[in-house]
Design a protein around this ligand. Sequence first.
Ligand code: TYD
Ligand code: MG
Length: 453
Amino acid sequence: MAAKQKTIYCCTECGNETSNWAGKCPACGAWNTLQEVKPGVLPGREASHRAKRAKARLLTELDAGAEIRFSTGISELDRVLGGGAVVGSLVLVGGAPGIGKSTLLLQMCGELDDESKILYVTGEESERQLKLRAQRLGIAKPLVYVLAETDLAAVIAAAEELEPSVLIIDSIQTMSDVDVSSAPGSISQVRECTMKLMRLTKERGITAFVIGHINKEGSIAGPKVLEHMVDCVLYFEGERSTSFRILRAAKNRFGSTNEIGVFEMAEKGLVCVDNPSELLLSGRPENAPGTCVACVIEGSRPILAEIQALVSATNYNAARRSNGIDYNRAAMLLAVLEKRGGLAVSGCDAYINVIGGLMLDEPAADLATVLAIASSFLDRPLGLDLAAIGEVGLSGEIRSVSMLNQRLAEIARLGFRRCVIPFHVRDELRVPQGLEMIPVKNVGEAVAAVLHR
Ligand code: TYD
Ligand code: MG
């Protein structure tokens, strides 16, 4: 006798499953995101009890073949995918509404080679709206088919008939499968639709790009819920107030996930940014205290970013905010600066921000963060020609970082004249011409060297 099927609840934010409903997801802490998943349609779990004959094969006898890649025609997208898209893979492109996901994929339609047959399925916009946008973006490819449809079965039938090499689904939250009773955008729907699309890509060798919205309210299931199912997950990030957009891989079955793609949203769509440092540093305030430039390695590229800090005395409880730097890391750096650098920053409000919406998760940015904070606290500018590289330890020591020479080369290329670096370095130092090195052993020395002159 089959076991009684229990109702489960699934979080639209993180995909966590629980057997009891709660107002707050026990896994990720989001509120009102638990949705009931109907028994009988547990997506992603096909009837495993139906015994199937399967034969295991020897690893040594398997033929790996070579994965076939093709260029999307957009250099930054190719870079994040690990050197182009893999034939037959399913790529999920997630991001907040209005960030530019449809624009990116529509532009890709215009850049793929002329022989590629493309099917663009839009569940959000009408054919006319899509046409207008394509006109604005100047896309005039011969083999781009458009289907305004939300019924998944119809989409799959159309794809099987047309046999496109690239299929774009805009968006997964608008698709609905008649076999699933819940509303489009619910967990059951997005999972079941994604499963079926995965099967389609594998059976037909179609490469699919699937758009998934992220929404904070949790009323629709986000790409996180699908991460484990698909081949590749890219997140499109950036603040809507700035024109910067960063494409980041969260998962890639065919490549590394540390490359980022940088774009600028311009009048005629997204433009690839080959030199992100230049753009990130444009418009730096002159002679202002509280700003310092760091160099982080994103994938294979060194990127310079400006870190700003605002520190001011407060009579109330000290407020701490950090944007672009992990909150705990920032709190630790403030504590080190107080205890080892001798600056009484603990009683102050401290706001830290990385310009351009970049997230710096590398310790190599520590020293620049500390110097930006110190500069704001002392109200003395560091100067526009200074950059800093180094990890800060709990004893206030400045530690060496990897790829120091590449970072220095990028710093020199962008016209900086001075750079604070760790006293002890791992690699043999290659100092670029015209760049003065300021080696420091600890936080106190760093502050003294560049702020107490
Ligand atoms: P869109 O691709 O529709 O976002 P998503 O599919 O992620 O919801 O992007 C919409 C935004 O991009 C919109 O606010 C206008 C802006 N945009 C430009 O600035 N330039 C352009 O050429 C295009 C097409 C859009
Ligand atoms: Mg869109």
